[in-house]
Design a protein around this ligand. Structure first.
Ligand SMILES: *[C@@H]1O[C@H](CO)[C@@H](O)[C@H](O)[C@H]1NC(C)=O
Ligand SMILES: *[C@@H]1O[C@H](CO)[C@@H](O)[C@H](O)[C@H]1NC(C)=O
Ligand SMILES: *[C@@H]1O[C@H](CO)[C@@H](O)[C@H](O)[C@H]1NC(C)=O
Ligand SMILES: *[C@@H]1O[C@H](CO)[C@@H](O)[C@H](O)[C@H]1NC(C)=O
Ligand SMILES: *[C@@H]1O[C@H](CO)[C@@H](O)[C@H](O)[C@H]1NC(C)=O
Length: 400
């Protein structure tokens, strides 16, 4: 009896009775909470999607635009797949009603117009966004950059931008996706990674740069990759040109602690190295003639120092010789100098005693020698209180 009831129940679930509630052109599966509308030439996202629905699959149709009217009353939906629908425009708040949306697949469309708030959903529930093969041209890329910024996609973990002919990533494009873990940029036309490209993403675990147009990675690019830390970075299937310019990249591959797909990182050019694995290539193999020259200058550098030392030594010897030959004249000159100094110092000593005598402290400076000396003394007596001067002056002068 109970088996019969179960049979009735299952029969009801899969019977056409359920399909009465299903939008035209779609199939609804209550058990899997799924609605499927595949290749029906639909011109808009179907309305009146059953309340139990968690997954909406609308693919292969002819939907021009998604708007806030596309999804209403769909609070239970967590997955939306809208791939290959020739969608051109994404209006503001198109997915706002999908307050539990985790997974959004928009791949295989032709977005030419993405409004700045197209991806805004209250509560930022979105975790995965697939925009593979869906951006029409570079205007759409800059539109998307704005939408990622305004969308408040703080919960986004996975972003797929593969197959979009991207030649350039706007700086800071991902800076408002702080929790991004996986970034797919495969099958684009990227030639370089500029500094700041990945700024703001601090939890990245996987970066896929395969099948792009990289010929090498320059110092800036390598620094940007290095900043990502020990994450998984896929760099294979790029047309690497194994000339001397690739040297810093090879060194980086030799030493990097990131998890790399080294087996796929191979030379496309020159013909002699075609398909050779980049890591481990020797400097000679990539034809760095510069290195040989550097070795030569390395040798010549010490030689020039030795020569400089010899010259300085010779000059010193000549100087000493001249001093020796002139020793008599020098002695006379030194004695004269000493006498002159003594006279001068005694003069100073005398004047210090006068100056530092507190009783004479306020005598106008006109009384003593030249004007500049007067200024000097005036400045001195203004800076120091007279008693400190008394202590200092004699000890200094008695040194003679
Ligand atoms: C979501 O599902 C629950 C349980 O299946 C149902 O009660 C509720 O009405 C659904 N919500 C909507 C907006 O349909
Ligand atoms: C995104 O969609 C494309 C095409 O449907 C698919 O090949 C790819 O695996 C998807 N990306 C992810 C990360 O699942
Ligand atoms: C991209 O396509 C749109 C729509 O056709 C056009 O208005 C825009 O100028 C294009 N942008 C570029 C950079 O070609
Ligand atoms: C690469 O991108 C192009 C252009 O979007 C697409 O046609 C092609 O199918 C993609 N190839 C792969 C292997 O994904
Ligand atoms: C890379 O490492 C190999 C040894 O594993 C070494 O012979 C080669 O010179 C290194 N290449 C560069 C460019 O540092």
């Amino acid at each position: 009896m109970s088996i019969f009831a179960l049979g009735m129940f299952l029969g009801l679930l899969f019977s056409p009775y359920q399909c009465l509630e299903c939008p035209p052109g779609c199939e609804c599966f209550a058990v899997t909470h799924t609605v499927k509308c595949v290749s029906q030439d639909l011109l808009r996202v179907p309305q009146r999607i059953p309340g139990f629905t968690r997954t909406v699959i609308v693919t292969g149709n002819n939907i021009h635009r998604v708007s806030p009217n596309s999804f209403t009353d769909t609070g239970n939906v967590t997955n939306v797949i809208l791939s290959n629908n020739r969608i051109v425009e994404m209006e503001s708040h198109s997915f706002s009603a999908l307050t539990n949306l985790r997974f959004l697949d928009l791949s295989g469309n032709q977005f030419a117009l993405i409004h700045p708030e197209a991806l805004s959903i209250p509560g930022s529930p979105l975790q995965e966004l697939n925009l593979s093969c869906s951006l029409y041209n570079f205007t759409a890329v800059t539109d998307l950059t704005t939408a990622l910024r305004w969308g408040g996609l703080r919960g986004l973990l996975r972003l797929d931008l593969s197959g979009n002919h991207l030649a350039l990533l706007p700086p800071g494009m991902f800076s408002h996706l702080p929790n991004l873990k996986q970034l797919f940029l495969t099958n684009n036309s990227l030639v370089a990674i500029y500094s700041g490209t990945f700024s703001g993403i601090n939890h990245l675990e996987m970066l896929d740069l395969t099948k792009n147009a990289f010929r090498t990675f320059g110092a800036d690019s390598l620094l940007e990759l290095e900043k990502l830390g020990q994450i998984r970075i896929l760099l294979g299937n790029n047309p690497y040109s194994c000339s001397c310019e690739i040297r810093s990249f090879v060194t980086w591959l030799n030493e990097s602690r990131a998890q790399l797909d080294l087996d796929g990182v191979r030379c496309a050019l020159p013909r002699a190295l075609s398909n050779a694995q980049l890591r481990g290539l020797s400097i000679q193999a990539i034809g760095c003639v510069v290195q040989v020259q550097a070795e030569v200058t390395d040798l010549s550098l010490p030689t020039s120092y030795v020569f400089l030392g010899l010259v300085l030594g010779f000059v010193g010897m000549v100087f000493l010789l001249v001093l020796y030959l002139n020793r008599k004249g020098m002695k006379k000159w030194i004695i004269e100098m000493r006498d002159a100094c003594r006279d001068v110092l005694e003069g100073y000593h005398y004047r210090y005693e006068i100056d530092c005598d507190p009783r004479l402290g306020h005598i106008p400076s006109d009384n003593s020698g030249s004007r500049t000396q007067g200024h000097l003394r005036l400045a001195l007596s203004q800076q120091l209180p007279n008693d400190t001067c008394i202590v200092q002056a004699p000890t200094d002068t008695k040194l003679k």
